[in-house]
Design a protein around this ligand. Structure first.
Ligand code: CA
Length: 238
Protein backbone atom coordinates (compact mmCIF):
# COMPACT_ATOMS: atom_id res chain seq x y z
CA UNK A 1 0.00 0.00 0.00
CA UNK A 2 1.20 3.48 -0.84
CA UNK A 3 2.43 5.60 2.04
CA UNK A 4 1.46 8.81 0.33
CA UNK A 5 -2.25 8.18 -0.08
CA UNK A 6 -3.80 6.44 2.90
CA UNK A 7 -7.24 5.01 2.25
CA UNK A 8 -9.76 6.42 4.68
CA UNK A 9 -11.98 3.84 6.34
CA UNK A 10 -15.02 4.81 8.37
CA UNK A 11 -16.01 2.37 11.11
CA UNK A 12 -19.66 2.68 12.14
CA UNK A 13 -19.90 0.55 15.26
CA UNK A 14 -21.21 1.04 18.79
CA UNK A 15 -19.31 -1.75 20.55
CA UNK A 16 -16.23 -0.05 22.11
CA UNK A 17 -14.18 -3.27 22.15
CA UNK A 18 -14.72 -3.93 18.46
CA UNK A 19 -14.06 -0.27 17.65
CA UNK A 20 -10.72 -0.36 19.45
CA UNK A 21 -9.77 -3.61 17.75
CA UNK A 22 -10.76 -2.40 14.28
CA UNK A 23 -9.05 0.94 14.67
CA UNK A 24 -5.80 -0.68 15.84
CA UNK A 25 -5.88 -3.33 13.11
CA UNK A 26 -6.59 -0.86 10.30
CA UNK A 27 -4.06 1.70 11.52
CA UNK A 28 -1.39 -1.01 11.70
CA UNK A 29 -2.20 -1.83 8.05
CA UNK A 30 -1.61 1.78 7.06
CA UNK A 31 -5.23 2.85 6.77
CA UNK A 32 -6.66 6.04 8.13
CA UNK A 33 -9.43 4.84 10.48
CA UNK A 34 -12.31 7.02 11.67
CA UNK A 35 -14.77 5.70 14.24
CA UNK A 36 -18.36 6.76 14.83
CA UNK A 37 -20.77 5.00 17.17
CA UNK A 38 -24.23 6.05 16.02
CA UNK A 39 -26.11 6.28 12.76
CA UNK A 40 -26.99 9.96 12.84
CA UNK A 41 -23.38 11.14 13.19
CA UNK A 42 -22.29 8.46 10.72
CA UNK A 43 -24.40 9.93 7.93
CA UNK A 44 -22.97 13.40 8.56
CA UNK A 45 -19.40 12.10 8.58
CA UNK A 46 -19.95 10.05 5.43
CA UNK A 47 -21.05 13.21 3.65
CA UNK A 48 -18.30 15.44 5.03
CA UNK A 49 -15.32 13.01 4.93
CA UNK A 50 -16.18 10.88 1.86
CA UNK A 51 -14.40 7.76 3.14
CA UNK A 52 -12.92 5.23 0.69
CA UNK A 53 -14.71 2.39 2.45
CA UNK A 54 -17.25 1.94 5.24
CA UNK A 55 -17.36 -0.86 7.80
CA UNK A 56 -20.92 -0.94 9.07
CA UNK A 57 -22.47 -2.62 12.07
CA UNK A 58 -26.23 -3.14 11.61
CA UNK A 59 -27.28 -2.98 15.26
CA UNK A 60 -26.73 0.69 16.12
CA UNK A 61 -28.29 2.50 19.11
CA UNK A 62 -30.26 5.08 17.12
CA UNK A 63 -31.10 3.35 13.85
CA UNK A 64 -30.85 0.15 11.90
CA UNK A 65 -27.69 -0.03 9.80
CA UNK A 66 -29.77 -1.02 6.78
CA UNK A 67 -31.19 2.50 6.79
CA UNK A 68 -27.65 3.84 6.46
CA UNK A 69 -27.05 1.63 3.42
CA UNK A 70 -30.24 2.86 1.71
CA UNK A 71 -29.45 6.45 2.56
CA UNK A 72 -25.86 6.35 1.23
CA UNK A 73 -26.89 4.49 -1.92
CA UNK A 74 -29.17 7.36 -2.90
CA UNK A 75 -26.11 9.44 -3.68
CA UNK A 76 -22.93 7.38 -3.50
CA UNK A 77 -21.45 4.08 -4.69
CA UNK A 78 -18.71 4.09 -2.00
CA UNK A 79 -17.91 0.55 -0.79
CA UNK A 80 -19.92 -0.59 2.24
CA UNK A 81 -18.90 -3.73 4.12
CA UNK A 82 -21.41 -4.90 6.67
CA UNK A 83 -19.92 -6.45 9.80
CA UNK A 84 -22.75 -7.88 11.80
CA UNK A 85 -23.71 -10.45 14.39
CA UNK A 86 -26.89 -11.05 12.38
CA UNK A 87 -26.02 -14.19 10.54
CA UNK A 88 -29.16 -15.44 8.80
CA UNK A 89 -29.27 -15.67 5.04
CA UNK A 90 -32.19 -13.26 5.07
CA UNK A 91 -30.16 -10.60 6.91
CA UNK A 92 -27.30 -10.92 4.45
CA UNK A 93 -29.55 -10.86 1.39
CA UNK A 94 -31.38 -7.78 2.69
CA UNK A 95 -28.19 -5.78 3.27
CA UNK A 96 -26.66 -6.85 -0.06
CA UNK A 97 -29.85 -6.09 -1.98
CA UNK A 98 -29.99 -2.65 -0.39
CA UNK A 99 -26.56 -2.03 -1.87
CA UNK A 100 -23.94 -3.29 0.61
CA UNK A 101 -20.85 -4.60 -1.22
CA UNK A 102 -20.08 -7.39 1.17
CA UNK A 103 -21.13 -8.97 4.44
CA UNK A 104 -18.95 -10.37 7.21
CA UNK A 105 -20.41 -12.17 10.19
CA UNK A 106 -19.11 -11.58 13.70
CA UNK A 107 -16.90 -13.06 14.98
CA UNK A 108 -14.60 -12.61 12.00
CA UNK A 109 -10.94 -13.31 11.26
CA UNK A 110 -8.57 -10.38 10.78
CA UNK A 111 -7.09 -11.81 7.59
CA UNK A 112 -10.52 -12.28 6.08
CA UNK A 113 -11.55 -8.76 7.01
CA UNK A 114 -8.42 -7.23 5.50
CA UNK A 115 -8.83 -9.26 2.31
CA UNK A 116 -12.44 -8.09 1.95
CA UNK A 117 -11.36 -4.47 2.52
CA UNK A 118 -8.68 -4.77 -0.18
CA UNK A 119 -11.27 -6.17 -2.57
CA UNK A 120 -13.67 -3.33 -1.80
CA UNK A 121 -10.99 -0.69 -2.29
CA UNK A 122 -9.83 -2.28 -5.53
CA UNK A 123 -13.38 -2.19 -6.80
CA UNK A 124 -13.63 1.45 -5.96
CA UNK A 125 -10.52 2.11 -8.06
CA UNK A 126 -11.78 -0.09 -10.85
CA UNK A 127 -15.10 1.70 -10.89
CA UNK A 128 -13.29 5.00 -11.22
CA UNK A 129 -10.66 4.57 -13.92
CA UNK A 130 -8.02 1.89 -14.26
CA UNK A 131 -9.97 -1.32 -14.04
CA UNK A 132 -7.99 -4.37 -15.12
CA UNK A 133 -11.02 -5.28 -17.19
CA UNK A 134 -11.34 -1.86 -18.81
CA UNK A 135 -7.61 -1.82 -19.44
CA UNK A 136 -7.06 -5.32 -20.76
CA UNK A 137 -10.60 -6.18 -21.75
CA UNK A 138 -10.27 -9.38 -19.76
CA UNK A 139 -10.31 -10.86 -16.29
CA UNK A 140 -7.72 -13.45 -15.27
CA UNK A 141 -7.90 -15.77 -12.29
CA UNK A 142 -6.01 -19.05 -11.99
CA UNK A 143 -6.10 -20.70 -15.42
CA UNK A 144 -9.33 -18.97 -16.41
CA UNK A 145 -9.59 -15.90 -18.63
CA UNK A 146 -12.83 -14.04 -19.33
CA UNK A 147 -12.33 -12.11 -22.56
CA UNK A 148 -14.90 -9.31 -22.55
CA UNK A 149 -14.09 -8.11 -26.03
CA UNK A 150 -14.35 -11.47 -27.74
CA UNK A 151 -17.15 -12.72 -25.46
CA UNK A 152 -15.16 -15.80 -24.72
CA UNK A 153 -13.93 -17.78 -21.73
CA UNK A 154 -10.85 -19.95 -21.79
CA UNK A 155 -9.48 -22.32 -19.16
CA UNK A 156 -5.81 -23.25 -19.48
CA UNK A 157 -5.87 -21.84 -23.00
CA UNK A 158 -8.81 -24.01 -24.11
CA UNK A 159 -11.94 -22.28 -25.38
CA UNK A 160 -14.97 -23.03 -23.16
CA UNK A 161 -18.27 -23.33 -25.03
CA UNK A 162 -20.73 -21.35 -22.94
CA UNK A 163 -24.28 -20.49 -23.98
CA UNK A 164 -25.03 -16.72 -24.19
CA UNK A 165 -26.73 -16.78 -20.77
CA UNK A 166 -23.89 -18.76 -19.24
CA UNK A 167 -21.40 -16.24 -20.59
CA UNK A 168 -23.47 -13.37 -19.15
CA UNK A 169 -23.40 -15.00 -15.71
CA UNK A 170 -19.65 -15.64 -15.77
CA UNK A 171 -19.00 -12.14 -17.15
CA UNK A 172 -21.13 -10.51 -14.45
CA UNK A 173 -19.41 -12.41 -11.64
CA UNK A 174 -16.02 -11.54 -13.13
CA UNK A 175 -16.87 -7.83 -13.13
CA UNK A 176 -17.53 -8.16 -9.39
CA UNK A 177 -14.85 -10.72 -8.56
CA UNK A 178 -14.36 -11.16 -4.84
CA UNK A 179 -17.83 -9.84 -4.08
CA UNK A 180 -20.97 -11.85 -3.50
CA UNK A 181 -23.81 -11.18 -5.94
CA UNK A 182 -27.25 -12.07 -4.64
CA UNK A 183 -29.57 -14.31 -6.64
CA UNK A 184 -31.98 -11.41 -6.92
CA UNK A 185 -29.34 -9.01 -8.26
CA UNK A 186 -28.20 -11.58 -10.81
CA UNK A 187 -31.71 -12.42 -11.98
CA UNK A 188 -32.52 -8.73 -12.32
CA UNK A 189 -29.36 -8.09 -14.31
CA UNK A 190 -29.96 -11.07 -16.59
CA UNK A 191 -33.67 -10.82 -17.21
CA UNK A 192 -34.69 -7.31 -16.15
CA UNK A 193 -36.60 -5.86 -13.19
CA UNK A 194 -39.62 -8.12 -13.64
CA UNK A 195 -37.47 -11.27 -13.59
CA UNK A 196 -38.73 -14.26 -11.69
CA UNK A 197 -37.27 -14.61 -8.21
CA UNK A 198 -36.93 -18.34 -8.70
CA UNK A 199 -33.28 -19.25 -8.14
CA UNK A 200 -33.69 -22.64 -9.73
CA UNK A 201 -32.83 -21.36 -13.20
CA UNK A 202 -29.58 -19.87 -11.85
CA UNK A 203 -28.69 -23.15 -10.19
CA UNK A 204 -29.27 -25.00 -13.45
CA UNK A 205 -27.05 -22.57 -15.36
CA UNK A 206 -24.42 -22.69 -12.64
CA UNK A 207 -24.27 -26.49 -12.68
CA UNK A 208 -23.65 -26.37 -16.42
CA UNK A 209 -21.07 -23.57 -16.12
CA UNK A 210 -19.20 -25.50 -13.44
CA UNK A 211 -19.06 -28.64 -15.56
CA UNK A 212 -17.42 -26.54 -18.27
CA UNK A 213 -14.97 -24.37 -16.30
CA UNK A 214 -14.19 -26.13 -13.04
CA UNK A 215 -11.55 -28.88 -12.92
CA UNK A 216 -13.71 -30.44 -10.18
CA UNK A 217 -17.31 -29.09 -10.18
CA UNK A 218 -17.81 -30.45 -6.63
CA UNK A 219 -14.86 -28.42 -5.32
CA UNK A 220 -15.19 -25.16 -7.29
CA UNK A 221 -12.15 -22.93 -7.48
CA UNK A 222 -13.58 -20.20 -9.72
CA UNK A 223 -17.18 -19.64 -8.70
CA UNK A 224 -18.20 -20.18 -5.09
CA UNK A 225 -21.71 -20.66 -3.74
CA UNK A 226 -22.75 -18.49 -0.80
CA UNK A 227 -25.52 -20.78 0.40
CA UNK A 228 -28.94 -19.12 0.34
CA UNK A 229 -27.44 -15.81 -0.82
CA UNK A 230 -25.76 -15.99 -4.22
CA UNK A 231 -22.42 -16.52 -5.92
CA UNK A 232 -18.94 -15.09 -5.69
CA UNK A 233 -16.14 -15.33 -8.25
CA UNK A 234 -12.62 -15.97 -6.99
CA UNK A 235 -10.57 -12.82 -6.70
CA UNK A 236 -7.38 -12.78 -8.73
CA UNK A 237 -5.43 -11.51 -5.73
CA UNK A 238 -6.73 -14.08 -3.24
CA1 CA B 1 -23.96 -3.04 17.57
Amino acid sequence: MSNTIRSKILIIEDDPGICTFLRATLTAEGYDAIVVSNGGSALEIVASHCPDCILLDLGLPDMDGNRIISSIRQWSAMPILVISARSTEQDKVQALDLGADDYITKPFGTDELLARIRTALRHKRMASDNSEIALRGSYHVGDMVIDYRKHRVTVAGENVHLTPNEFKIVAMLGMHAGQVLTYKAMLRELWGPSASTDNKILRVHMASIRRKIEPDPNEPKYIFTEVGIGYRMADSED
